[in-house]
Design a protein around this ligand. Structure first.
Ligand code: YNC
Ligand code: MG
Length: 388
């Protein structure tokens, strides 16, 4: 039973496989004047706050809440540690709304105890481009769990999204709720196998020694593709064209314009890295790859406190084979001291994962749409969308 999610306009488990239901919005927009004006009620000891993440003090509070209470792996060995620069990047894309950065404080102590956010995005589902909200960073302090605070926060952010005349949302989660449009898996490519084994992220394979393992994952010193270089501001128009054309083939994908590409893909130190291939002859931009930086805190290890992880983001190959392009991405990540390179099995990633020595992880990532029905779950390779 899902006491909350069964009341929401999302695909319901009981409707799975019912081909008589139409694809598309589940509920029509209501007139804006019918959207509730007042915030939802919180338990009496708590109050809503809008988090101004431009403000260093507030941003630090958000950072601390998430670093101590956000997503952990199943065995509670690692916890995401999004940096402040990352949070500012993720929460301030073109056209963002401050009112969608929502916190909950304890009235007496003014301590920040919960957080939820949305950012605007245009996402295409098959032929339908809609304004969406992308949702992340839902977090409730560990001491306040299982008190049904999350549904109130989701309703409140939904209300504020409706006030901007937006009626759809996309989000991902590790938990199964009604109803995933697709279920993906993370794959991991060791860059620093010794550290990964020391901290319990991976295990020494059967019949393997440490030195053979280190040798197995060794990468060349420099990239092999001619014309491979970091993306620059002047590349924004070409990268936008390349990406637009490439993302067409997927059932669900963002609809990026140049401003989005500048924000989401232009390199930003320790946040997002993008490389491209410029043909040495024609100077045409033919290929593109990118990853974002999301470290995890290593809980309870005497020697290490942080795992430096790169996450595969958007990659486009037209001339360079995707496998070679991604191998170059691994090489630059290794050079920049990342411990592991992670990738979902979305887009065409399955074509290189095994060959480049990625191993499957044990967690799943489920993709969801709010107020939008898809008749049949999608294969991960039909997804052209990576959420942070
Ligand atoms: C989750 N991750 O099923 P039912 S991902 C959505 N996403 O409801 P309570 C979730 N719903 O099943 P707790 C969820 N996790 O009874 C739980 N739920 O219908 C549902 N963890 O609430 C759950 N961050 O307050 C149940 O649970 C109800 O105290 C139970 O709080 C949950 O950001 C949570 O994993 C996740 O901080 C806040 O466990 C807490 O356990 C926590 O009793 C660690 O809640 C951090 C963590 C989640 C990361 C993420 C995506 C969020 C998407 C939110 C949905 C947005 C919908 C779109 C809005 C519409 C806009 C328009 C138009
Ligand atoms: Mg709760």
């Amino acid at each position: 039973r899902h006491r909350f999610w069964e009341t929401q306009p999302v695909g319901q488990f009981r409707d799975l496989g019912d081909t008589s239901l139409p694809e598309g919005p589940i509920e029509a927009p209501t007139p804006l004047s019918d959207v509730r004006r007042d915030p939802y009620n919180l338990p009496a000891q708590y109050e809503w706050t809008t988090c101004d993440i431009d403000d260093d003090h507030t941003c630090t509070e958000v950072y601390n809440l998430l670093t101590q209470n956000y997503v952990e792996d199943d065995e509670n060995m690692f916890r995401f540690n999004y940096s402040m620069e990352f949070l500012r990047w993720a929460l301030r894309p073109p056209g963002y709304f401050k009112s969608w950065h929502i916190g909950v404080r304890a009235k007496a102590s003014q301590k920040l105890v919960a957080f939820i956010t949305g950012v605007p995005a245009r996402i295409r589902v098959r032929d339908d481009v809609v304004k969406w909200r992308r949702s992340t960073f839902l977090c409730v302090h560990k001491k306040l769990r299982s008190k049904r605070l999350a549904p109130v926060m989701i309703k409140e952010v939904t209300r504020r999204v409706h006030l901007e005349n937006i009626w759809q949302a996309s989000y991902t989660a590790g938990v199964v709720i009604p109803t995933p449009i697709s279920t993906c898996r993370y794959w991991h490519r060791s860059l620093n196998p010794k550290k990964l084994i020391d901290v319990g992220f991976s295990r020494l394979g059967a019949r393997m020694t440490m030195s053979r393992t280190v040798k197995l994952y060794k990468l060349p010193e420099s990239t092999v593709t001619k014309g491979f270089r970091k993306m620059e501001l002047r590349d924004v128009p070409a990268v936008t064209r390349l990406l637009k054309e490439y993302l067409r083939q997927f059932a669900v994908a963002p609809d990026f314009d140049q401003d989005d590409v500048e924000h989401w893909l232009l390199p930003l130190e320790n946040v997002v890295d993008s490389y491209l291939v410029e043909s040495p002859e024609t100077h045409e931009i033919t290929d593109f790859c990118s990853f974002y930086t999301l470290p995890s805190s290593i809980l309870n290890n005497p020697n290490y406190s942080l795992l430096k992880a790169a996450y595969s983001y958007y990659n486009v190959s037209t001339k360079t084979p995707l496998q070679q392009l991604m191998n170059d991405a691994l090489i630059v990540a290794k050079k920049n001291d990342y411990d592991v390179f992670n990738a979902l099995d979305v887009m065409q990633n399955e074509s290189f994962l095994k060959e480049l020595k990625f191993g499957p992880g044990d967690g799943h990532l489920h993709y969801y749409l709010y107020n939008y029905r898809i008749r049949k779950a999608l294969h991960p390779s039909e997804l052209g969308l990576v959420l942070l």
